[in-house]
Design a protein around this ligand. Structure first.
Ligand SMILES: Cc1cc2nc3c(=O)[nH]c(=O)nc-3n(C[C@H](O)[C@H](O)[C@H](O)COP(=O)(O)OP(=O)(O)OC[C@H]3O[C@@H](n4cnc5c(N)ncnc54)[C@H](O)[C@@H]3O)c2cc1C
Length: 456
């Protein structure tokens, strides 16, 4: 084990880990290394649909909101790849998803601190206030070739999220994986690799309500109607609701709204997060309208479009059927059930934070909430010593800023402030025009006291 001691070891090189690496790179007082189990940077390859755009402006790149002069900005990427003028003429704030992936790969290729094919299995105390990060070194096909260890003062964990399915669908997916004759059951995260088999099945049912479900529906309905493949879409949501994108709502992706969110009880936070789904779990309004326009066009001239779109409808069960799958559907308002037959299922059922078991060796050194989940403080530190930091999966403690690409640089700047003991990048503490919570100043007498109480 080399005795070299890093200032920072980053675990996970998705957009949030890569952003931290890019912001750490120019800092002479930060010796850092970043580890990822993958072969190289890859951002949601299964959903790299032609023409899909990211849901945030280009300024939400890896670095600009922390350092607009950074050489690793999206504009620098466009300049370096000869696309700046066409982007300028294009006059759209939102890059293509494939372009964002290319941009991240362009940044990754320039950073000497990234180590791929490293799966971190444990973070332990190493004595003298240091931490030891143990990683498996992976070969082709994920074979474990050996292990390596890194000593460090700080660890930043940005392991992101992994596809998740409700139990009935994940059981069906296992059956389908074991017996391909059953008909494909795949998560949207693997959509592009399964697209052909879904279309060839002749009848696909999409389950889910968000952007991914809508993008897959839009893609399949076009090709499906050409090939005569039936495409149905089932969602529990009361409607195909659009992502909320109005400016005063976007101000909630801010440090001051995070402070309000953090001042609430876990129970209130959970209720609030459920009520805020439209802020980042809906469908872009343009896509909702594009789907309607596509159905309008495909049905012109009285043509039959082989599709059913169901809202308020939960999938209560999935079982093998003679020619594929039988889904038990239940209507949320009517309370009635029906059996829906299909030959393939696309589960656009979202993502859940990846396990943080690799931190278990640190035991009760880490803060946890009532549900035992790691609970970072305002500056994303999981431990009182401020050496273990969590980035990107802290929605339960920080709210809507957690998954937002645009907030990545602010969060990375907070971590680098703790690593360096100074503020290498200025962190705005107030960005919104509105005030979240009640303004300071004279507390009104307990207004809630009833008149009767006063008169009593
Ligand atoms: C299809 C899709 C589109 C999205 N579009 C947007 C958008 O437009 N705008 C927006 O704001 N948000 C968007 N999001 C949400 C969010 O920004 C992304 O999920 C983003 O990828 C989160 O980045 P991350 O770095 O936290 O995690 P990830 O991208 O999941 O990266 C985590 C990395 O950690 C690595 N890792 C995990 N465990 C280990 C381990 N033990 N050892 C080593 N490496 C490990 C993984 O290999 C992975 O590379 C989108 C999400 C999806 C699914």
């Amino acid at each position: 084990m080399s005795a070299h001691v890093h200032d920072l070891v980053g675990i996970g090189i998705g957009p949030f880990g890569l952003g931290l690496a890019a912001l750490a790179d120019p800092l002479d007082d930060v010796d850092a290394v970043f580890l990822d189990q993958r072969d190289g940077f890859a951002w949601h390859p299964g959903m790299m649909l032609e023409g899909a755009t990211i849901q945030v402006p280009f300024l939400a790149d890896l670095v600009t909101m922390a350092d607009p002069t950074s050489p690793y900005s999206f504009l620098s990427f466009l300049k370096d790849t000869g696309r700046l003028y066409s982007f300028y003429i294009r006059e759209s704030f939102t890059p293509l998803r494939s372009e964002y992936d290319d941009y991240c790969r362009w940044v990754a290729a320039q950073l000497g601190t990234l180590r791929w094919r490293r799966r971190v299995v444990a973070v332990q105390e190493a004595g003298s206030g240091l931490l030891r990060v143990r990683a498996e070194v992976l070969g082709d096909g994920g074979a474990v070739l050996g292990t390596e260890e890194h000593l460090t003062r700080h660890v930043a964990v940005s392991v992101g999220t992994a596809p998740t399915m409700p139990p009935a669908l994940s059981a069906a997916a296992r059956t389908a994986a074991a017996d391909p004759s059953a008909g494909p059951v795949v998560h949207s995260g693997d959509y592009l690799a399964a697209r052909e088999s879904l279309l060839e099945s002749g009848a696909v049912t999409i389950v889910g309500s968000g952007q991914s479900a809508a993008e897959v529906y839009r893609d399949l309905i076009e090709e499906g109607s050409r090939r005569g493949t039936r495409v149905d879409w089932v969602t529990r949501s009361p409607r195909f609701f659009p992502m909320e994108y109005t400016k005063l709502s976007l101000e909630m992706t801010s440090p001051e709204y995070t402070d309000l969110f953090r001042s609430l009880s876990t129970e209130r936070r959970e209720a609030l997060s459920r009520s805020q789904r439209a802020l980042h779990k809906g469908i872009s309004g343009d896509l909702v309208d594009d789907i309607h326009e596509t159905l309008y066009r495909l049905s012109a001239g009285g043509r039959e479009v082989p599709t059913t779109l169901l809202t308020e409808t939960a999938v209560e069960g999935v079982r093998r059927a003679e020619d594929g799958w039988a889904l038990t559907l239940r209507h949320g308002q009517l309370g009635t059930s029906a059996v829906h037959r299909t030959r393939a299922i696309l589960a656009a059922t979202g993502y859940a934070p990846r396990s943080l078991d690799l931190l278990d060796p640190l035991g009760d050194r880490l803060r946890r909430d009532e549900q035992g989940r790691p609970a970072p403080d305002r500056d994303y530190a999981l431990d009182t010593a401020g050496q273990v930091h969590l980035l990107g999966t802290e929605e339960h403690t920080h709210g809507v800023t957690a998954p937002d690409l645009g907030f990545g640089p602010w969060r990375a700047s907070r971590v680098l402030a703790q690593v360096t003991g100074r503020e290498p990048y200025r962190c705005e503490q107030r960005i919104a025009f509105q005030t979240f919570g009640l303004p300071d100043g004279d507390q009104a007498p307990a207004a809630h006291r009833t008149l009767q109480e006063d008169l009593a």
